[in-house]
Design a binder for this molecule. Sequence first.
Ligand SMILES: Nc1nc2c(ncn2[C@@H]2O[C@H](COP(=O)(O)OP(=O)(O)O)[C@@H](O)[C@H]2O)c(=O)[nH]1
Ligand SMILES: [Mg+2]
Length: 375
Amino acid sequence: MTDDQTPRRPEWAPDDAGDAFASRVVPGAGRNPERSDWPAPPASRRALTEDDYVAEALAGDRVVLARAITLIESNAPAHFELAQAVLRRLLPHSGRAIRIGVTGVPGAGKSTLIEALGVMLVERGHKVAVLAVDPTSSLTHGSILGDKTRMEQLARRPEAFIRPSPAGGVLGGVARKTRETMLVCEAAGFDVILVETVGTGQSEVTVRSMVDFFLLVLIAGAGDELQGIKRGIVEMADAIAINKADGENKPRAEAARAEYNRALHYLTPAVEGWHVRAYTCSAATGEGIENLWNVVGRYRERAAETGAFEARRREQARDWLHALIDEQLRAFFYNNPTVRDALMTVETAVMAGELPATAAARQLLALLDRGDSPA
Ligand SMILES: Nc1nc2c(ncn2[C@@H]2O[C@H](COP(=O)(O)OP(=O)(O)O)[C@@H](O)[C@H]2O)c(=O)[nH]1
Ligand SMILES: [Mg+2]
């Protein structure tokens, strides 16, 4: 047997596949320029036009969907225009999904829970998209999202689409990309969007502002159940899942649930007419996962009846507009050449106590007019 006939391990083989392959990998043949009758490269390699993106995203093509999202996530100015043009055309086709945010401290089992819920939902005929918001992921390579980030079982299902957090550092950028990605997924026919966030800091507020339902995942700790998680986060939740209610841990989880329910009793619900409650579940065994989905269903029904569902979305859209204006004003200001030239001097004067900060800010803002006039 010559070397060439030895079965070779394909690049895409699973880690545990061993070395016994019936087929072997041959180097790919390049496109032959003499053979114009050969088919053009598949769409997955061609540069797509605005029409391609729109038509194929609407058709639910996962390859194009992934490319559309890459386009949205791109920071290149040339991509920005195209991405916005595509989004604008997809927007009327979005909005029909239920958007669920999942938060909680690292290790609480968010990814495991999302996977269990996601698998259950695709088995019921849903199309499920999983997105992540983790502004730190570019630094930690996503490790903070835990060891289940890849969600292998769910990832194997063609009805599911899993997108890790966009790299890019600042929360504002990650939030914009996630929001827009969500719209593209909805236009592509995904009817359940699950957004996972790390349970540390500002990202919960951001995710809460883009979802219909916000689920807080907790685990039973020793003693004070309300410790270790900021009260503000509890107040934002539409339901609390006490996860890992399995094995020896089950009684503690039940106790934690009772304790949370007592505490929740005193909180004003974020959505009128909806009572936030705690439930136990086990993402590992699947127990209680269906119940959580039923809770989401009841919420959706109830909030639709009262008008709270649509009101929340409308308010989110308005808040989002203002957040973008703030962000763009800031960029416009700091990128202005006149401002940039003056900033250091003014900063120094303020630091030295020679100029009040209020006057300094006004002075700098006044430069915007001057900087733009032809002079
Ligand atoms: N016993 C038990 N372990 C779980 C459960 N859910 C998650 N885990 C484990 O907890 C660890 C962290 O889970 P992961 O989903 O990555 O947490 P995340 O950081 O919140 O996304 C993993 O080792 C999971 O296998 C559960 O319901 N029961
Ligand atoms: Mg995770």
